[in-house]
Design a protein around this ligand. Structure first.
Ligand SMILES: *[C@@H]1O[C@H](CO)[C@@H](O)[C@H](O)[C@H]1NC(C)=O
Ligand SMILES: *[C@@H]1O[C@H](CO)[C@@H](O)[C@H](O)[C@H]1NC(C)=O
Ligand SMILES: *[C@@H]1O[C@H](CO)[C@@H](O)[C@H](O)[C@H]1NC(C)=O
Ligand SMILES: *[C@@H]1O[C@H](CO)[C@@H](O)[C@H](O)[C@H]1NC(C)=O
Length: 497
């Protein structure tokens, strides 16, 4: 076995453990845009959010999970835990590949020693640990971007096989159109480098682009039942119409003032010094460009800039390797000093976010699953900010689940308020109205801050608390419409008696 294969197996073992450690939720999309849809594709039940009803998302990504789901279903091995863990393990494979290719890329550009330091920065990165095995298109986009960077025809290195990088970039863009942002400067650079044979390279782009688009369109044609231009719809919604701002806006400098610092963690220091010293200018330019473009979009999230994190890890590794060469002030074993700092600076945050922060919304799903084993005619309503908990994909049981919706104003109705807003305006009035005609749910799930506001409805209909779960030490801010003075946030379940 070659040393590269050994390295891959070691990294795979690391990411598999990484994936199995995750006990917390990060963002709703990791369930609602992936495994929930895959569950629907394989088992014919599972919710589809408005993005799927309006053709904004492609089926290629959930298909990665729907195929194994279907096979497990046919073999009768579709156990709940298997269905929850398998997608994480699939993502772990992508994450391990990204680690290997970051090491190869870094070694190719700056030598094996830098490669090792970059890999160490990547493996200790708390945000990569927290995010890479999650079923998010951002995680796959990050892995594909890193692998494609390695296959990019860097000047001075092997010139063959341009198509490998093109296919990887094409797939990344098809899965998440915003991947194009990172790649626009690289593609232009590629075309300029090969200007002498422009038409040959251009033809390659058209060929591969057409092929990938055709495959993804056929998959969408099959699952939507008609031709849908998901990428155009996605761009129109997120970039041109500004409706994306429905999900919150941040100041333009958010990535610079918080976003980058948070996802880089302690690697921020070597990264900033590498940028200051202008090491590897190409990567600095890509990172600057990507952050600048994302800063112009109203809706900002940490995970959006995840694809540039491995590049930043290369810069950090480069700086650390350089520092080891020149510094004399450190104790004799300089490298173990840096290794210790990297691990000690990241491990607490990685474990805290992966094991403790925001775990209640997953624990409550296990509780509901256990309840539904006792009584299959359970009906659950979740009075939480929309998409707070996973859905059928996390139960693998077709019980009645209802949640407050929060669809953006797609039809441009005047004075539009979504269901969540109407609910939080006056919870009891909403409950009175909704359950005036239909029968009451058997279980209500909510965050503890809501309980006092609905206690009137709860006691009048004789519900009692049957479970509570710890969720977070940091109750969500106003963007989640649940500002509270409580130090701990919990999830409560009440049951009708
Ligand atoms: C799931 O339950 C819903 C509502 O009870 C029902 O309409 C649907 O047919 C069920 N689907 C499957 C696959 O059992
Ligand atoms: C929208 O709100 C404005 C001001 O509050 C009001 O004048 C108008 O009638 C409302 N339009 C509709 C369709 O409710
Ligand atoms: C809800 O209904 C109950 C009983 O009909 C009533 O006493 C209460 O005032 C209503 N609350 C609101 C906010 O409508
Ligand atoms: C199961 O739950 C339904 C709905 O809450 C309830 O009507 C029924 O009595 C329960 N059955 C058992 C056996 O507890």
């Amino acid at each position: 076995m070659s040393s590269e294969q050994t390295l891959f197996l070691g990294l795979l073992a690391f990411r598999v453990i990484n994936a199995l450690i995750l006990q917390t939720s990060f963002v709703p999309d990791e369930y609602w845009q992936s495994i929930e849809v895959a569950h629907n594709m394989a088992f014919s039940y599972g919710a589809k959010t408005w993005e799927w009803r309006h053709g904004l998302r492609g089926y290629l990504y959930p298909l990665i999970f729907a195929i194994p789901y279907k096979i497990l279903g046919i073999l009768g091995l579709d156990n709940r835990i298997v269905l929850i863990k398998l997608p994480l393990l699939i993502q772990a494979v992508f994450a391990a590949l990204a680690d290997v290719y970051l090491y190869k890329l870094s070694s190719k550009l700056s030598g094996v020693r830098v490669g090792r330091w970059s890999l160490l920065c990547q493996l200790t990165s708390w945000f990569t640990f927290y995010c890479a095995p999650r079923t998010l298109t951002n995680s796959l986009e990050t892995a594909l971007t890193t692998i494609a960077m390695h296959h990019f025809p860097w000047p001075g290195y092997s010139r063959k096989a341009h198509w490998k990088y093109l296919v990887l970039v094409g797939v990344a863009v098809v899965i998440r159109p915003t991947a194009a942002i990172v790649w626009i400067p690289m593609v232009l650079w590629h075309l300029r480098m090969y200007f002498h044979c422009f038409w040959d390279v251009f033809r390659l782009y058209v060929e591969k682009g057409f092929l990938i688009l055709a495959v993804s369109s056929i998959i969408d044609r099959y699952f939507y039942g008609k031709w849908v231009y998901v990428h155009l719809n996605f761009l129109e919604f997120n970039v041109f119409s500004g409706l994306g701002s429905f999900y919150g806006t941040h100041p333009w400098h958010w990535y610079l003032s918080q976003g980058l610092a948070v996802i880089l963690g302690i690697q921020l220091f070597p990264f900033v010094l590498a940028v200051k010293n202008g090491l590897q200018p190409t990567f600095i330019k890509i990172i600057a460009w990507t952050v600048a473009v994302y800063s112009c979009l109203g809706h900002k999230e940490f995970r959006f800039i995840f694809p540039i994190l491995p590049l930043a890890m290369h810069l950090s590794g480069l700086y650390l390797a350089l520092l080891l060469d020149v510094s004399s002030w450190l104790p004799c074993s300089k490298s173990s000093f840096f290794v210790t700092i990297l691990i000690a600076g990241n491990l607490p945050l990685a474990l805290y976010t992966s094991l403790i922060h925001q775990r209640g919304t997953l624990d409550v799903m296990r509780f509901i699953y256990e309840e539904s084993s006792r009584n299959a005619s359970l009906s659950v309503v979740s009075l939480m900010p929309c998409h707070s908990t996973p859905h059928h994909g996390y139960l693998h049981r077709n019980i009645s689940l209802r949640f407050l919706t929060c669809e953006p104003n797609l039809d441009l109705v005047a004075n539009y308020t979504d269901e969540s807003d109407v609910f939080y305006e006056d919870p009891v009035a909403w409950l009175n109205k909704t359950y005036a005609t239909s029968s009451l749910p058997s279980h209500i799930v909510m965050f503890d801050v809501l309980l006092p506001r609905v206690s009137d409805f709860i006691s009048r209909n004789s519900y009692e608390k049957c479970a509570e779960f710890f969720h977070s030490h940091f109750p969500r801010g106003s963007s989640w419409r649940l500002r509270s003075g409580l130090l701990f946030e919990g999830v409560e379940v009440v049951v009708e008696i």
